[in-house]
Design a protein. Structure first.
Length: 219
């Protein structure tokens, strides 16, 4: 397991555990994103150091190749001049440089492979970060909606209870006013049975008189 994957797994495990024990998921989401940003920054710094090492080995290889070319040329010139000892020294150093070049090439290939792996892991970490960033936006939206609904429900519950109580009080007052008005009307206009009977009798007489007049006209 690579260092970046270990760091990422440890970070995610710690965040998940922490989120199970807190009441504010939004704060934890923001903290999680900050932790991810810190890990990405560390990974980028580590990769930058590895890239510097890669360039350094590339320079070593180029310099060693140049030295080998120079030693071959020196040995050839020494042979042309009959300076065998000088030729031997040049060829001996050339062979040492060739051994060194082989080591540099192996180490360079290893560094290239490591850097390739680091780049892939860093990209995975960034992809995970952007995935979580988008998910955080979605979760924040859901949290805001839930929070707003909760506030509205609280307001509606309190206002409904208050309104219901207020309506009940107003209804009682209106009923009291109606009772008072009815009582006042009864006092001002008391019921008189004789008067009511006389009124009904007069109406009946008038109706019968009207029919008789109508019959006379017809006859």
């Amino acid at each position: 397991m690579s260092i970046f994957k270990r760091v990422r797994d440890i970070t995610m495990a710690a965040i998940n555990e922490a989120m199970d024990h807190v009441e504010d998921p939004i704060s934890m989401l923001n903290q999680y994103m900050r932790n991810m940003e810190d890990e990405i920054s560390k990974a980028e710094q580590a990769l930058a150091r590895q890239i510097a090492t890669e360039k350094k080995y590339s320079l070593y290889i180029a310099e060693t190749k140049d030295t080998i070319t120079k030693r071959i040329r020196q040995a050839e010139l020494a042979v042309e001049r009959g300076e065998d000892e000088m030729a031997r020294l040049a060829l001996s150093d050339k062979q040492l440089c060739e051994v060194r070049l082989q080591e540099f090439n192996q180490q360079y290939d290893t560094v290239l492979e490591q850097n390739k792996s680091l780049r892939q892991q860093l990209q995975e970490l960034k992809d995970k970060y952007y995935e979580m960033k988008n998910k955080r936006t979605y979760l924040l939206s859901r949290a805001n909606v839930a929070h707003t609904k909760q506030q509205i429900n609280q307001v509606l519950r309190f206002d409904t209870e208050s309104a219901a109580s207020g309506f009940a009080r107003m209804e009682e007052k209106i009923m009291a006013l109606e009772a008072q008005a009815h009582a006042g009307h009864s006092i001002l206009h008391p019921y008189n049975p004789a008067s009511a009977y006389q009124q009904a009798k007069n109406e009946a007489v008038e109706q019968e008189l009207a029919r008789m007049k109508e019959d006379k006209k017809i006859g």
